[in-house]
Design a protein around this ligand. Structure first.
Ligand code: KG4
Ligand code: ZN
Length: 348
């Protein structure tokens, strides 16, 4: 493995400036600078603020990653960068930095798909990816169910959210319960002392008719509205809002639908592996319910550790290294930042 190529990956699709360095499938450095605190008072990520933070963090984060890995930029054999999907201004900072490095170092550059990178990162922790695999990606920006036949070349979308992303729903519900942003970890904590069966919140897109058209799609905005109405009614009655029960019941509705559809996708496609990634994969109830339902269905579950589930540069480097190892040609040096890059396009 020591002579495998050294790949530096750059991630700037949202609010994390991530620089990862891998050698083959060995992680050497994973430096992340987050601007999340700058967005907290707005209750969500502000694109212009994120772009400026990426600009400021880029060079120091590259230097930190190189120091952590004990390598210099001249040791790098190839570069990889998130080309999309994501916030255009934020993506542009990473893509411009990656092009500058590729030209200065005379090394190949891979513009990669952020969603495929969330899948590819798992090789750093759990070894070669079983293919095909079903991937459930759930974060503040995306909720997707993918069929991954070849992470370097063949990724298909089975379904996605029609409205809010799963993490976005956690953040919005947290806000109406008076919990800080980002709300996912706070809901998770509150839910531990609540009753998940206290309130029967709706399971979006699981009805008979939805089942046919939106078999693998998600919808969380109706759930969010149902929680808001329930809380409003409780407040109007003058009774205290039982925050822990609302958090637990809401969380149960989200993770029930996510795991139900992911397991269904595995079964209907004859796939024995499920990978869960994205920030919401840190949710303790999602992890335990997925483990239970996968065990019942004889599906092997892989969930990277939380630090690799949230946005980072190591995932981009990991996908770049796999593209290189499988002989895929690098991207052209005029590769775009593509905010709506389709999931089927692994490489720009
Ligand atoms: O992947 P990520 O760091 O950034 C992107 O959105 O791309 O995901 C952040 C999202 C936020 O919505 C946050 O509330 C959610 O992941 N999250 C969680 C938990 N930890 C983070 N949601 C539920 N439970 C958690 N423990
Ligand atoms: Zn992401």
């Amino acid at each position: 493995m020591s002579d495998a190529p050294l790949v530096l990956g750059i991630e700037t699709s949202c609010d994390e400036t991530g620089i990862g360095i891998v050698r083959g499938s060995t992680l050497l450095a994973d430096a992340v600078a987050s601007s999340i605190e700058e967005h907290a008072r707005f209750g969500g990520v502000v694109p212009e603020v994120a772009s400026r933070a990426h600009l400021q963090a880029m060079v120091p984060t590259i230097e930190r990653a190189c120091a952590d890995a004990g390598v210099g930029l001249s040791d790098v054999d190839a570069l990889a960068v998130t080309s999309g999907p994501g916030l255009t201004g934020a993506l542009l900072v990473g893509v411009a930095a990656a092009k500058a490095l590729a030209i200065a170092l005379g090394k190949p550059l891979y513009g990669v798909n952020h969603l495929a990178a969330h899948v590819a990162v798992d090789v750093l922790e759990h070894g070669p990816l079983p293919e095909p695999t079903i991937a459930l990606l759930v974060s503040g920006g995306h909720s997707s169910l993918l069929l991954v036949a070849d992470v370097s070349d063949d990724v298909r979308s089975l379904g996605a959210t029609l409205d809010d992303a799963a993490g976005e729903a956690f953040d919005k519900v947290a806000r109406l319960l008076g919990l800080p942003f980002p709300g996912g970890p706070h809901i998770d904590r509150q839910a531990r002392s609540g009753d998940p069966r206290a309130i029967g919140f709706p399971r979006g897109l699981t009805g008979q008719r939805d089942d046919e058209r939106h078999r693998y799609d998600f919808s969380f905005s109706g759930l969010k509205t149902a929680v808001a109405r329930w809380v409003e009614a409780r407040e109007a009655s003058g009774e205290a809002v039982p925050v822990t029960d609302v958090a637990a019941s809401f969380q149960e509705a989200v993770v029930d639908v996510l795991t139900r559809k992911a397991v269904l996708a595995c079964r209907e496609h004859g796939v024995g592996h499920l990978l869960i990634g994205g920030g919401v994969a840190a949710n303790s109830r999602l992890r335990s319910l997925a483990a239970q339902r996968c065990a019942d269905a004889a599906i092997e579950l892989r969930v990277p550790r939380p630090g690799l589930c949230t946005d980072n540069g190591a995932m981009v480097a990991a996908l770049g290294a796999q593209l290189l190892a499988r002989g895929r040609p690098p991207s052209a040096l005029d590769l775009p930042a593509d905010s709506s890059m389709p999931v089927t396009l692994v490489r720009a």
